[in-house]
Design a protein around this ligand. Structure first.
Ligand code: AMP
Ligand code: ZN
Length: 118
């Protein structure tokens, strides 16, 4: 069920413009509007799930699919190689830096990532 107020639900529905790089019946991947790396794509479930706290056992396949789509996007972006590589990030809560309340997996690459994250 789409959330009327949710920007990512609107992107999934095509009601807000975005640069979609992949979409199927359960997930959508689109470029982050404020990229933190040369490649910065968000993979989201098409169904509104607010945060990681709202994931249930029934979502396990969906979460696994999001991971696989993230690697496919990385392949499309030519960073799915050992000499390039990328980082997958899921934020939660204030310390995690969560801003948008619709679960999203960040795919970040195209530059060397620092560790630990800032
Ligand atoms: P987070 O801090 O994990 O909640 O990340 C939310 C991300 O969503 C940020 O990187 C934002 O730049 C990104 N974002 C917010 N609005 C849009 C939008 N309309 N299109 C694409 N990315 C967005
Ligand atoms: Zn939503």
């Amino acid at each position: 069920m789409a959330n009327q107020e949710c920007i990512f639900c609107k992107i999934v529905a095509g009601e807000v413009p975005s640069d979609i790089v992949y979409q199927d019946e359960s997930v959508t991947a689109f470029r982050d509007i404020n990229p933190q790396a040369p490649v910065h794509v968000l993979v989201v479930p098409n169904r509104h799930i607010a945060t990681l706290a709202d994931i249930t056992a029934e979502d396990e396949l969906l979460l696994g699919h999001m991971l696989r789509v993230a690697t496919q996007v990385a392949e499309q972006e030519k960073i799915h190689t050992p000499d390039r590589g990328y980082r997958l990030v899921l934020n939660y809560g204030q310390d995690g830096g969560l801003l948008v309340h619709h679960v999203h997996l960040h795919v970040l690459g195209g530059r060397r990532m620092g560790w630990p994250p800032g």
